[in-house]
Design a protein around this ligand. Structure first.
Ligand code: NAI
Ligand code: CS2
Length: 488
């Protein structure tokens, strides 16, 4: 039986080196599913091709689920598998780019800061989700009301936030006259490099003006665009991976075959040759960023809210419904593409076709619920910026409006069958208070639009936008998401 399985199973490709080969030259904050399937793979591919010794120290700052990954990495000699699944292909690769792993509850806060301050460290990279940057979306500056930031201001030497850890490490490097490092955000946020720069300088300037000046002059924060669909690991996917790998790998991840990484080439203390693994180094990532955030992520959010409400668990299921397919294609080509100004010759039809194919990949069990999470952090860059563009240009944008109404309906916490939805969002309490006041009625629309950290005042005060969202919301109440999508 074992032999029979082995003949049909995909081959597992192992690294031909151990951690001994590696020197920790990068600290990564946020060793989630995405980092394991993306940046760690790019580094691994460079290690396969060259004599490079660049390795990662993995750090998770949050507790519970995230400490388990750090413990598991240590127990697994810092190796784990990536399972790349296309519609009819499976490729298995064991990754060997991680040298060590740390967690504040295992190693202590100070040891992590000391590691980040070590002169060997050239890059601090991050995948800490949108909310991890602790930015006030209205001002674009550090959010001084954020609970973690409040603590980091009071006790800067024992930080809690990622921004606090980076600032504390830079302070040590500054005081000990060590070289600076570069900070590489790999999250789906607008201007991710500039955003993390503002946050770090904002925090440093509250501590020491000389430190913040040194950071401004010496530390770089390259912007990046990252792309690879990596569904959260579930019990079901863990069982599937155990079958494929023949053992339980607690850090393994399933992802799509596609990957993309566009990086602003602005590093102060060296960098790996990620271009050998397919990364593209550019002077300005902006055109790629807008394309990706609006066409891919915007469509993802549209499918997540309206798909979940329509009773679909996975993105690929929503794509089976021709009405959703047509609507999402219309959203990409008729409402998002024109808002993106690209200097390069970009074929939006080909890009849209490739996204449609990726969303249709049934081998990936990408939950609508997962993408629906943290909508308050995602909506502006995915849907709202484009609405502003349309209002300025007087152009049609009914798909965007329905997507926004879908989010409003979703965060009621009650689905179309009356079942509870498990809402995950930093503003969950605000949403609950609004719904407690108005119930499931169009009365919520204006109050939700008044949340300043989500809605730009030009949107919140625009009468035609308000009316359009109210009508779309009412339609969702009257006929449900599937019918509402069909009318697009
Ligand atoms: P995940 O849930 O597996 O991992 C999230 C990581 O962020 C964990 O390591 C956690 O410790 C850390 N984190 C969460 N909140 C934090 C906070 N406030 N401060 C510091 N660290 C915090 O999620 P996954 O899939 O790794 O995605 C993470 C981010 O990567 C996304 O939010 C997105 O920005 C980016 N990304 C994800 C893709 C995907 O398909 N999963 C693809 C492209 C980008
Ligand atoms: C998704 C993204 O979870 C989400 O919000 O839209 O993580 C998406 O999978 C990636 O950006 C693809 O690169």
């Amino acid at each position: 039986m074992k032999n029979k399985l082995a003949m049909t199973d995909p081959v597992i490709v192992y690294p031909n080196w151990t951690t001994d080969r590696l020197t920790t030259r990068m600290v990564h904050l946020g060793c989630g599913a995405f980092h394991r399937a993306h940046q760690a793979l790019y580094m691994h591919l460079v290690l396969e091709k060259t004599q490079s010794d660049w390795g990662y120290c993995e750090v998770n700052l949050m507790s519970v689920r995230n400490i388990a990954i750090i413990e598991a990495l240590k127990a697994q000699s810092m190796q784990y598998a990536i399972v790349e699944k296309g519609p009819s292909t499976t490729a298995l690769k064991v990754i060997g780019s991680m040298k060590e792993a740390m967690h504040p509850l295992i190693d202590g806060v100070d040891a992590i800061i000391e590691k980040m301050a070590s002169p060997d460290i050239s890059i601090i990279s991050l995948t800490i989700t949108e909310k991890g940057y602790c930015i006030d979306p209205v001002t674009g500056q550090l959010d001084l009301n954020n609970e973690l930031i409040k603590q980091d201001i009071t006790t800067p030497d024992t930080p809690r936030s990622a921004i606090g850890f980076i600032t504390a490490a830079l302070k040590r490097r500054f005081e000990r006259q060590r070289p600076p490092f570069s900070v590489l955000s790999c999250d789906n946020v607008r201007d991710n490099g500039h955003m993390v720069r503002r946050a770090v300088i904002g925090l440093a300037s509250l501590q020491d003006r000389k430190l913040s000046e040194w950071i401004e002059q010496h530390v770089t924060f390259p912007c990046t665009v990252v792309d690879r669909i990596v569904p959260a690991v579930t019990e079901e996917s863990t069982n599937e991976m155990t079958q494929l790998l023949g053992k339980n790998d607690r850090c393994a991840v399933i992802c799509e075959p596609f990957k993309q990484w566009i990086i602003e080439d602005n590093f102060v203390h060296g960098r790996p040759e990620w271009e050998l693994a397919g990364a593209k180094f550019v002077r300005n990532v902006k055109p790629f960023e807008l394309m990706k955030l609006r066409l891919l992520n915007g469509s993802h959010s549209f499918l997540a809210y309206l798909g979940y409400l329509g009773g679909y668990t996975y993105i690929a299921d929503t794509m089976d419904n021709p009405d959703y397919r047509n609507a999402v294609r219309k959203l990409m080509l008729n409402e998002q593409a024109m808002t993106v100004t690209v200097s390069e010759d970009i074929d939006f039809i080909a890009y849209t076709d490739s996204l449609m194919a990726r969303f249709t990949n049934r081998a990936l069990r990408h939950q609508t619920w997962q993408i629906a999470m943290d909508g308050s952090q995602k909506l502006p860059q995915r849907l709202l910026d484009s609405v502003l563009w349309h209002l300025e240009h007087g152009t049609e944008h009914s798909c965007l409006v329905l997507g926004i109404a879908g989010w409003m309906r979703y965060i009621s916490g009650i689905d179309e069958q009356g079942n509870t939805i498990d809402i995950r969002d930093p503003l969950k309490k605000t949403f609950a208070a609004i719904y407690a006041k108005h119930g499931l009625s169009v009365g919520v629309v204006e109050e939700l639009l008044a949340i300043e950290s989500i809605f730009d005042k030009h949107l919140a005060n625009n009468p035609s936008f308000i009316t359009a969202v109210k009508l779309a919301y009412q339609k969702l109440l009257d006929v449900g998401a599937r019918q509402a999508v069909a009318t697009l």
